[in-house]
Design a protein around this ligand. Structure first.
Ligand code: GLP
Length: 269
């Protein structure tokens, strides 16, 4: 794992946008996995700015979102489809038919997962997956104890996740307790992964993800198995890490190596 620690959320957003931009520029038809939540909002704002100001084009890109709630329509203000339309898709030149979010209103939600996996496979697999992390260490909606070999399927949300996300729903409104999520294996199959986290409330999950044992109890720790994952975090989210100084040192040594030898080959494919 490459661990990059930033002084503030804005520089973290810019760096993550640099990485996504490099991917799209190198391979305009890249397949990008996307996340919802407050964490990637800075990244999405940056990508929109770069599209508007510098003509960064998403015309040929394809996207697959990690997850969607079961039981609310795509048009619901809190659906992840609405989130993506509002915060990214409607503001860039992506072809809406190239954007996929699991169908949370399917008559049979149990059939959605296998079909979603097939679509990802037919698109050639995910080149770059963007992730956030839940306070309980979930990625997508893979809650603690999710199988590390799981694929896209229906998951029951934990009480902690339901509470974390209750801020988006009115108290008298139906709040989903089930979601369809890419599995941990689906995520690990991505050729490149960027996980973003900021804020003190993520410090425990970030510590368990990077320095804890590989365990289904912290699903994000599965990223320890992935060859090309970059963790971008701010100081608050990094505050409980034991080896902060080492990660900085690794970055310096890496920069020196790349200066001497060849440019970063982080782009996937
Ligand atoms: C939700 C999403 C996750 C996201 C998490 C964290 O549960 N399913 O993909 O990473 O929230 O959200 P936030 O970024 O708002 O803290």
């Amino acid at each position: 794992m490459e661990v990059l620690i930033f002084s503030d959320a804005q520089s973290l957003a810019c760096k993550s946008a640099d990485l996504v931009e490099s991917q799209i520029k190198a391979f305009p038809d890249s397949v990008i996995g996307l996340a919802t939540g407050s964490t990637p909002l800075g990244l999405y704002k940056e990508l929109i700015l770069r599209h508007q100001r510098n003509g960064l084009s998403f015309e040929k890109a394809k996207t697959f979102n990690l997850d969607e709630y079961v039981g609310i329509p795509a048009s619901h203000p809190q659906s992840y489809r609405t989130f993506m339309d509002e915060h990214l898709f409607n503001k860039i030149n992506i072809d809406q038919s190239n954007t996929q979010v699991p169908d949370g209103m399917s008559e049979n939600p149990l059939k959605v997962g296998p079909a979603y996996e097939k679509m990802i496979e037919e698109a050639g697999g995910i080149d770059l997956q963007v992730l956030g992390v839940g306070t309980d260490g979930h990625i997508g909606f893979n809650e603690p104890t999710s199988s590390l070999g799981s694929i896209t399927r229906v998951k029951t949300l934990t009480q902690q996740t339901i509470e974390d996300n209750s801020r988006f729903f009115n108290s008298d409104e139906f709040q989903p307790k089930l979601a369809i999520t890419m599995g941990i294996k689906t995520i690990l199959d991505a050729r490149r992964i960027l996980l973003l986290a900021h804020g003190e409330n993520k410090a425990d999950a970030v510590r368990d993800m990077i320095e804890g044992p590989l365990a289904a109890f912290c699903p994000a720790s599965a990223l320890q198995l992935h060859q090309r994952t970059t963790i971008l975090i701010d100081k608050a989210a990094a505050s409980k890490l034991a080896l902060k100084g080492y990660y900085k040192f690794v970055g310096e040594m890496q920069d020196e190596l790349l200066r001497k030898h060849r440019p970063s080959d982080w782009i996937s494919r």
